[in-house]
Every structure is written in C-alpha cells, then in structure tokens.
Write a protein that binds this ligand. Structure first.
Ligand code: SOE
Length: 386
C-alpha cells in the first residue's frame, strides 16, 4: 500500500496537530507510505470549512458516518472530545477501517475494553495517541533502559504540570465536564505519564491516589472552546465535575516504586511533562519543556566527573533525527505527532499493529480507573482487581 486514505473526525487542537503531521510526513520521510488527507469532519460547517482549507483536506463532511460508508477511506482518525471516541471507533472497526484514536482511549475501562475487542474482532489496525513516547530524547531513555545501561529500575518519578485553569473565571470547558472528558487532570495529563511509565518501566501492580477540585464552580462556557478559552459574558455558573489535580503512588510488577502528579494548578508550569528514573547503574531525567534533551547519569563514570550530564538528542543516531535537520537543530511538539504517524503508516503498510495501540490504551485506562477507585475507597488498589 503506497497511500493510506484518511478521514479525520475533529478539527481543533489535536485536529491541527494531526493534520500538520500528515502534511509534512511525505516531505521528511519520503520512504514512508503517504497519508492522503481525504476528508475532515466536524459539526460546525463554517468552522470546519475554514479548517479544511487551512489544514489542507480535500473535503469536509459534517456527519462522521458518511466517512465509514466510503470505499476511498482506509483510516479513521478520531480526535473529537473523549465522549465521542467509543461510538466512532466501534463503528469504524465494524466498517473495516483502521483507527487512530486520541487519548484517553475512552471514558471508562469497560468502554476501552469494548473498543479493543471490536477492533481485534474486525482485524483492523488500531493506535492510541500517546505522542510523547515519540520524542527522540524519550526514545533514547527507552534505549538506555532496554540495553540495561541504567541497571535495575528502583524509582519512577513522573509529573505533568499545567496552569491554564487557575483563573476562577476560566469557563467550564468540556475538559472540566466528567460526562465529556471522563476525568480531569488524571485522564488528560496523568494518562500521558502513566503511558510513559509503562513504556519505560513496565506494568503497574498497585496504586493509591488522592485528588482535589480546587475551583468547584465556573462560568458556563459559551461554546466548545479549549485551552485558550477566555471568560465570556456568561454569569451563569456550572459545577466542575472532574479533578483539578491528582497525585498517586504506585508499585510496578518489577518491584520499582513510582509517584505521579498531574495538575492544572501548578502556576508557572505550562507543559511540564517530565520524569526521572533511577536505576542501580544510573538515572535518566526528561522534561518536555526541554524536549530535545535527556539528562543522564551513570554510576560508572569516573569519580571526578560524576553527575547528571545533558545529551542533546538531535543528531542522526537518535530516533527519527536523520529525517530532520543537521545535528544540533532542534525539533518541537509537532514532530512527536509526525513520528507517531510514521509509526502508523509503517504498521499499516507492513501488516502489523502500531505501538502504542488499543492494548496500551486499555492498560492505561486500568491504571486510571484503579486510581479513581483508590480515591473513592481510600485504599491501595491492585491492577488485577480491575
Ligand atoms: C491539555 O491539558 C493538553 O492539551 C492535553 O489534552 C494533551 O494531551 C497534552 O499533550 C497537553 O495538554
């Protein structure tokens, strides 16, 4: 297959990120299968048409079901709000379409499991959007760990810190409503960290969490706005039904200990998605706000130069970097999505499941729901209970 023809549902923040990835992919990865941007889908015809032109899609349709009936679409890309994921993904699988779905995979674990079962029964390819795995510095951390270069892992310390809803006048956008988002910081931000932990350390065995909603009521949002929403003229207030911040501790199956903090109330932190992993032979440290760097420490460095050192993961030996610029020329957030789509195109072409896929989406959702249960019941929850 030299082309994968795509129908994309959603056209806001993630719609733009995915469109950009599809567009630049053939220019930088000329050996990859080409994503064909067939049709973009959304409900507001005017806004959709603007996005279609701006992002470069051939057509715009206002009903996603139309995409499933077409023979000239191979893949459905779902980046609409989380409450739409399940219905669209299951219908896409039944129509024999491959699926890319944004994270968190679903609102609940049972929905996520259903999505996986349907995709497997249909024999289609399925991928979930944990894009931060695809930062070359993260891939370097993975390589060092897999090669045993930091030894046996003892600690995972992860965090995803933002501050975009600290203003009490920030409106009640969909990400703050449980029936649309599933959860708050936990599912939106914590999901990325949980995925990173699974990717780098291994499976979780048990968790305990705590969470808080600092601002319990907010002005009703005037439309489906996102992160950059401004307080409108509405004085009517509505309940925030998700967590503003969630903290958790964890044990991993391999004996490592973990702690994770996900919050939208960490003033000054716009997108601090980071981790530190300590092993018996060394440590690695990553912060997405400096995404081209990995800090590494090895216990067998000469005594007089011991300490963390900074590796710039921007030249050819690093994952994906031979496709971009000369050594030292950094890449950004949008490149993580391009790499994600390179993986997706390769998997479809070579008839294998992409990674991360719905299995990873389900495993992440198990941890998310275990944390929620732990908070509700004020106790440690084993993942095997889920
Ligand atoms: C908002 O908190 C958000 O855009 C998340 O939804 C994304 O998954 C994360 O990458 C950045 O922050």
């Amino acid at each position: 297959m030299s082309q994968v023809r795509i129908g994309m549902v959603g056209y806001k923040f993630m719609g733009k990120a995915h469109s950009n990835a599809y567009r630049v992919l053939p220019m930088f990865f000329p050996n990859s299968t080409v994503p064909q941007m067939k049709a973009i889908c959304g409900r507001n015809q005017e806004a959709l048409e603007t996005a279609r032109k701006q992002f470069g899609w051939e057509e715009a349709v206002t009903d996603w079901r139309e995409l499933l009936k077409r023979d000239d679409i191979d893949l459905i890309d779902i980046n609409a709000p989380s409450d739409a994921h399940k219905e669209i993904a299951i219908a896409a699988a039944r129509a024999g379409k491959h699926i890319f779905c944004e994270k968190p995979l679903a609102l609940t674990l049972s929905d996520a499991r259903e999505m996986l079962a349907e995709a497997e029964a249909a024999g289609v390819k399925h991928m979930v959007g944990f894009n931060y795995r695809f930062a070359p510095a993260v891939q370097l951390a993975k390589k060092l760990i897999d090669e045993g270069r930091i030894g046996k892992i003892n600690h995972f310390r992860g965090q995803f810190l933002q501050d975009w809803i600290m203003d009490p006048q920030f409106p009640l956008v969909w990400r703050l409503q449980k029936e649309i988002a599933g959860s708050g910081s936990l599912g939106d931000l914590g999901a990325h960290v949980i995925d990173m932990a699974r990717y780098l350390v291994g499976e979780f065995s048990e968790v305990i969490g705590m969470s808080e909603t600092f601002i319990k009521e907010r002005p009703i949002a005037e439309n489906m706005t996102g992160l950059s929403a401004k307080g409108g003229s509405s004085t009517e207030m509505g309940q925030v039904t998700v967590d503003d911040a969630t903290l958790m501790m964890a044990r991993f199956e391999n004996g490592a200990l973990g702690s994770i903090e996900a919050t939208r109330f960490a003033g000054g932190h716009r997108c601090t998605n980071g981790f530190e992993i300590n092993g018996s032979k060394g440590s690695v440290r990553f912060d997405f706000e400096r995404m081209n760097e990995l800090e590494v420490y090895f216990t067998d460095d000469a005594e007089d130069v011991q300490g963390f050192r900074r590796v710039l993961a921007t030249d050819a030996p690093h994952a994906y970097m031979d496709a971009w610029w000369p050594a030292g020329h950094t890449i950004g957030y949008e490149h993580t999505f391009t790499h994600e789509m390179v993986e997706l195109m390769d998997a479809i072409t070579n008839d294998r499941q992409p990674v991360p896929n719905f299995v990873d989406g389900v495993k992440c959702q198990e941890v998310l729901e275990a944390v929620e249960r732990s908070i509700e019941e004020r106790r440690w929850v084993a993942i095997s209970e889920m």
